[in-house]
Design a binder for this molecule. Structure first.
Ligand code: ADP
Length: 889
């Protein structure tokens, strides 16, 4: 750092346009104008001992102000600030002079003496012009007393303004100055502290603060900021130390404030960048990094798409938080990582579930609902009535927690289609969850995600499929769930159906509660008995017992045939299935309570007809000789054009009759008996079956109730040599086995009265075994209602008399011979009717159940009500029971 120097009385003057060099500052300038080049050459370059020159600020004409000296004919050089930036000497004095010889130069009357720290000379090619680059250091202020020319440049007579060393030492004692210096240093330190956070190079400035005298510091600090020319000038003019220090303090402080304000603004702007923008920026950066690493693939986009899907899924806040946590985990994983796909699958499920989405429910129109039910279903008056009641309650109180409807009945009676009609009436989506064979609780509740291959339960899966949270959900075959070591699905279902609990249904896989309260549940079952009582308690059972042949015929004509034709792309003009043929299908090919097989057989006919039709269509073109089939190439062209190939060109010579014959008549197909046999095969059932089967003694006809509705069940008994054992076969349950024991006991006890044993022969089983078989051996059977049938079969066996082929029976019996009522009377009577059996023996106490049987069926049948087993026997054998004892048994 330069110490105060001896100042010569005359100094060559280098003009600085709109620029001030302050003492202590270092500046690099490039001199190009002839006058400045001359000055540098003569005063600095050629002198052995480098002298000092004076730097004097010059104002632009328009910026000229007070306190300036006026002197003619001198250009000025301008300079950049600081050592780093090279300053271009822009003014060319001669040019300027030539342009405007009258131009007045506004010299400032104070300048700074400077010494050259570095000099370099350059010669421009090809002009040969000489230029200098000079690094100048400001030393001390001077006052211009007189300005004159020395050749092309100026010289001035000057006197020193800055204090000498001795004067300074004296001034330093001034308490005011001490205070001012402290103040300045404090502000300067603050500035340094702020700058320190931004750049690491302020260490040097800090050192300056400790070593350089404060009056020089003021100049150095101010010289390092961007301040206006006026401020620079006033700094230059501040010869008095106190003035200089307070001015410098003010400028430093102002600079400090401006830095702070700028910082604040940046912070504010940064803060305004929303979180998502930040995330976006970060993500962009991450992508760039990945790209650099070469492991950028579409996964990123996938995850982003998943995130967008999750955002629009409308999850409740707590679940959204949970999902985000999982998403963050996923983002950190590589797709190849083991947990990636499971985590992804889980999030997909969260995003797919209908957290908020519902189908809009318009105002319910009960009349329209009734019409829609009638349109889709024949008969079922009571059932439809109950559904309408259910809908009416919902209309009055949409959030009513009514019972869960459970349709119970054999397959194919319309349980599923009724449930879907409910959905239609409510304008809700419909989803069917099959529960048949579900033994594992996890099927309902899902597996925890810790299991390999874990999945959500069927309910959550169903909701995902249907994509709304208020569907009509059919719990199909709810009676077919069972429980074993893997838990009890029924208990999970209990939670599902309980309005108190299903608001927060917890699927193990999902692991967050899902609200099922908006779902309308409807269940179906084939039988009521297997449904666990607590579950049954939550449901209202609506029985659909099965159809009579007449009902089936109507259903087929009105609903099944039109639907089947439509499904096969046929119309009733092409395929006609007459009523008589439908009746035959019902009698000979289907012996079921519902109409499923009937529908299947009709579909088979439709398929066959479709084939025939297609074949005939081909024929038609060839049949009519006058109609020229189009050549292949023409056809191809027309196909390629996308035109309709069915628009055949028919020559005018053919009369209309021919045309209609050629196209219409051969295409109408009416189903006849021959076609039935061809398509459906030989009849599977006939009315003679019963007669054939009871042709030998020991066989009786019972009526049972299975999950397929009512059925005719033959019971066969035979006897052989043995030790008096009873053999039972045909997959029998305990109850039916016991019934067989009871029956045998009763017959043995009454053997004499019934004249079954020879006189004196007490033991019916002497040297013989009895074998009772229930055919259809693969079908499990149980229940007490075969009691009377068993007795009849045994009596027939021992008496060697045939049972009447036209009579079927049902009824539980006691050991004393009383006949007790049984269930499923309507189904059983219908089953007998299906088999062409016209006499049915029923317990007397089942009389009330006959009201359910359609009168059309009853009209053609003889129902025999019995109290005791003897009455059964009386009716079961031709000519009554010939062995009836005189006395009551
Ligand atoms: P389930 O669920 O009881 O086994 P579905 O509802 O699947 O039976 O019915 C089988 C077929 O029979 C369906 O095509 C259905 O539309 C038809 N169906 C059953 N009952 C009737 C009826 N009363 N009227 C019209 N079609 C019926």
């Amino acid at each position: 750092m330069a110490e105060p120097v001896e100042l010569p009385s005359r100094l060559a003057i280098l003009p600085f346009r709109n620029q001030v060099l302050l003492p202590g500052a270092i500046i690099r300038i490039r001199c190009t104008s002839p006058s400045s080049v001359k000055l540098v050459e003569q005063e600095l370059w050629q002198k052995e001992e480098k002298g000092l020159i004076g730097v004097l600020p010059v104002r632009d004409t328009e910026a000229a102000g007070v306190g300036s000296m006026v002197a003619p004919g001198m250009g000025s050089d301008s300079a950049g600030r600081g050592v780093k930036g090279a300053a271009e000497v822009v003014g060319d004095s001669q040019k300027q002079d030539a342009k405007n010889p009258q131009e007045v130069i506004h010299w400032h009357n104070r300048g700074v003496a400077a010494r050259a720290l570095h000099l370099s000379r350059g010669v421009e090619k090809p002009s040969g012009r000489v230029t200098y680059i000079v690094v100048l250091e400001g030393l001390c202020r001077f006052n211009v007393q007189e300005l004159g020319a020395r050749g092309t440049y100026y010289v001035a007579r000057v006197n020193r303004l800055d204090l000498t060393k001795a004067e300074l030492e004296q001034a330093d004692q001034d308490p005011d100055l001490i205070l001012l210096s402290r103040q300045f240093k404090a502000t300067a330190m603050e500035l340094i502290a702020v700058l320190e956070q931004k750049q690491k190079t302020v260490g040097r400035t800090k050192a300056l603060l400790e070593t350089v005298p404060v009056h020089r510091l003021a100049d150095i600090f101010v010289a390092s900021f961007e301040i206006s020319f006026e401020e620079q000038l006033s700094m230059l003019d501040s010869v008095d130390l106190k003035v200089r220090l307070s001015k410098a303090t003010e400028l430093v402080d102002r600079h400090l404030q401006s830095i702070r304000v700028a910082e604040k603004i940046t912070q504010k702007v940064e803060g305004q960048l929303s979180k998502s923008q930040k995330e976006f920026l970060l993500r962009q950066q991450m992508r760039a990094i990945k790209e650099e690493l070469g492991d950028n693939d579409d996964d990123e986009d996938d995850v982003a798409a998943l995130e967008r899907k999750m955002q629009s899924a409308g999850m409740p806040p707590n679940i959204w938080k949970h999902a985000q946590r999982e998403l963050r985990r996923l983002k950190k994983m590589q797709p190849q990582q083991p947990g990636y796909s499971s985590s992804r699958g889980y999030l997909e499920l969260l995003a797919d579930l209908p957290w908020q989405k519902v189908s809009e429910e318009p105002e319910l129109d009960l009349k329209a609902a009734q019409e829609s039910l009638d349109q889709d279903h024949y008969g079922l008056v009571k059932v439809k009535q109950r559904i309408i009641e259910y809908l009416a309650v919902r209309k009055l109180k949409p959030d009513a927690r009514g019972p869960v409807l459970c349709f119970v009945g054999p397959p194919g009676v319309g349980k599923t289609s009724l449930a879907s009609s409910i959905a239609k009436a409510l304008n809700r989506k419909f989803v069917r969850i099959s529960l048949g064979g579900v033994k594992d609780e996890a099927d309902i509740r899902g597996h925890r995600r810790t299991y390999v291959g874990s999945m959500p339960g069927r309910l959550i899966d169903g909701l995902k499929r249907v994509a709304v949270s208020n569907p009509v959900m059919l719990l199909d075959e709810i009676d077919k769930t069972g429980s074993d070591v893997r838990g009890d699905p029924a208990s999970a279902l209990l939670e599902v159906l309980d309005p108190e609990q299903n608001k927060t249904f917890n699927d193990h896989y999902l692991n967050v509660p899902f609200d099922l309260s908006k779902v309308i549940f409807v269940a179906t079952a084939n039988r009521v008995q297997p449904i666990p009582p607590p579950l049954l308690d939550r449901m209202e059972v609506i029985e659909l017992p099965g159809y009579t042949p007449e009902e089936k015929l109507k259903i087929a004509m009105k609903h099944l045939i039109p639907r089947v034709l439509e499904q096969h792309g046929l119309s009733s003009e092409f395929l006609q299935i007459p009523e008589g043929m439908v009746k035959l299908i019902i009698q000979r090919y289907t012996r079921e309570a519902g109409v499923r097989n009937l529908e299947r057989n009709l579909a088979a006919l439709a398929r066959a007809a479709a084939v025939k039709l297609a074949e005939q269509k081909d024929c038609v073109v060839q049949l009519s000789k006058d109609v020229h089939p189009m050549t292949t190439s023409l056809l191809d062209t027309r196909l390629a054009d996308g035109s309709d190939i069915e628009m055949e060109v028919i020559p005018m010579s053919i009369n209309r009759q021919d045309i209609s014959n050629a196209f219409a008549s051969p295409l109408t197909l009416a189903v006849d008996e021959a076609m039935l046999e061809k398509v459906l095969g030989p009849p599977r059932f006939d009315d003679r079956e019963t007669a054939d089967r009871v042709a030998t003694p020991g066989v009786s006809v019972g009526l049972v109730w299975t999950s397929f509705g009512g059925e005719v069940q033959f019971v066969e008994a035979t006897t052989m040599l043995g030790k008096g054992d009873l053999h039972l076969t045909g997959q029998l349950g305990d109850v039916i086995k016991e019934s067989a024991q009871i029956a045998l006991t009763w017959v043995r006890a009454r053997a004499a009265d019934l004249k079954l044993s020879a006189a004196g022969e007490i033991n019916l089983l002497e040297n013989r075994d009895i074998h009772i078989h229930f055919p259809a051996g693969a079908v499990p059977k149980d229940g007490p209602s075969a009691g009377v049938t068993l007795v009849t079969s045994l009596v027939s066996l021992f008496s060697q008399k045939k049972v009447r082929a036209d009579t079927a029976m049902t009824g539980e019996m006691t050991l004393r011979g009383l006949v007790l009522p049984v269930g499923g009377i309507k189904d059983k009577v219908l089953a007998a009717h299906r088999y062409g059996i016209r006499r049915v023996i029923l317990p007397e106490r089942n009389l009330k159940d006959l009201a359910e049987v359609p009168s059309a069926i009853l009209a053609g049948m003889e129902i025999l009500l019995v109290k005791r087993i003897e009455d059964v026997l009386e009716q079961a054998f031709e000519g009554g029971c010939p062995w009836k004892p005189q006395s009551k048994l």
